[in-house]
Design a protein around this ligand. Structure first.
Ligand SMILES: O=C([O-])CC(=O)C(=O)O
Length: 269
C-alpha cells in the first residue's frame, strides 16, 4: 500500500500523548490514523485533515513517484529530428524532482548550450495497476496535465551517438514544468486536443493529440506490463513537431486550447 507512511503520526508522538494520559487526544490521533489508513489503502487522496476534499490527483506533483515519458509519439516530430517512428513506444523516466509549477523558472542546466521546449499532454494515474488490459486502461486515469518535457538537446545528441541513456538530457531539475491537475471529466476526448507553445509571443508548436501514434489506452496498457503504475504517477505522451531552443530571458507560454495555459521564464542556472 503506497503513501501510508506520510499519513501516520510517528510512534514517538503517539507514545508522548499516551504518557501524558491525554486519552481524548489519543483517541483523536487513533481516529485520524485509522481514517487515513483507510483512504490510503483505497488509494484515494482526500485530504481529510485540512478539510480539503479535492479529488485524488490534485497533488500529483507532490505525491507521484514516477514520470514515464514517451518519445517520438508524433510522426512529424520524429521526422524533424531525423528519427524513425518506433514500432513500440520508446520510454524514458523523468524523476518527480524535475517538476516545477508556474512561478518557478526553468533553469538551463550547467554545460547545456541547447535547451529545447517540448509541449505535451500528461496523463495522471488514479489507481495502482500492472498488466492493465487496453479496454480497461482509461479507468486508471484520474485526470490530465499540461507538461513541458524540457530537453537538453546537446546532452541528448551526445548520449544518442554513444548509445548512453538520456537521463541527464531529460531528468535535470526544472525539466518538467506542469499545470494544475485537470480532472478527467474536464476533457471528454483526450485524443482530440490542440497543444500549442509560443516563445516570446512567437508561435513554435501547434499540434493535435489526434496525431499520436500510440493512443492513451495502448500506452497505459503497454507501460503497465513493465512498470507498475501507481496513483499520482504521470505519463507524458510525447510532443508534436516544432521543438526548438530557448535561451535565458525567454518566456515560454503553452496551453491545451480551451482547457489550460501557463507561462515559464527561462534562466541560466
Ligand atoms: O527528445 C525527443 O525528441 C523525444 C521525445 O521526448 C519526444 O519525442 O517527445
Amino acid at each position: 500500500m503506497p503513501k501510508i507512511n506520510r499519513y501516520i503520526p510517528s510512534s514517538k508522538t503517539l507514545l508522548a500523548v499516551i504518557k501524558k494520559g491525554k486519552q481524548a487526544d489519543f483517541k483523536i490521533w487513533l481516529d485520524f490514523f485509522l481514517t487515513r489508513l483507510y483512504f490510503a489503502s483505497t488509494n484515494t487522496a482526500i485530504d481529510i485533515m485540512s478539510g480539503n476534499t479535492a479529488i485524488a490527483g490534485a497533488r500529483f506533483f507532490d505525491l507521484g513517484r514516477k514520470i514515464v515519458a514517451v518519445g517520438r509519439n508524433y510522426r512529424e516530430h520524429a521526422a524533424e529530428l531525423g528519427n524513425q517512428v518506433p514500432e513500440k513506444p520508446l520510454l524514458f523516466i523523468k524523476p518527480p524532482s524535475s517538476y516545477i509549477r508556474e512561478g518557478t523558472p526553468i533553469k538551463i542546466p550547467k554545460g547545456c548550450s541547447s535547451l529545447h521546449h517540448e509541449v505535451e499532454l500528461g496523463v495522471v494515474i488514479g489507481q495502482r495497476g500492472s498488466d492493465i488490459p487496453e479496454d480497461q486502461a482509461m479507468n486508471y486515469v484520474s485526470g490530465y496535465v499540461l507538461a513541458l518535457d524540457m530537453t537538453a538537446r546537446d546532452f541528448q545528441s551526445v548520449a544518442k551517438a554513444k548509445g548512453h541513456p538520456w537521463t541527464m538530457a531529460k531528468g535535470f531539475d526544472t525539466s518538467c514544468p506542469v499545470s494544475d491537475f485537470i480532472p478527467k471529466d474536464k476533457i471528454l476526448d483526450p485524443h482530440n486536443l490542440e497543444l500549442w507553445l509560443d516563445v516570446n509571443g512567437v508561435s513554435k508548436q501547434r499540434g493535435t493529440t489526434q496525431d499520436m501514434i500510440f493512443t492513451l489506452p495502448y500506452l497505459i496498457s503497454y507501460i503497465s506490463e513493465y512498470f507498475t503504475l501507481e496513483a499520482n504517477d504521470v505519463i507524458l505522451t510525447g510532443t508534436p513537431a516544432g521543438v526548438g531552443p530557448v535561451v535565458s530571458g525567454d518566456v515560454i507560454k503553452a496551453g491545451i486550447r480551451d482547457i489550460v495555459e501557463y507561462s515559464f521564464r527561462v534562466e541560466q542556472k
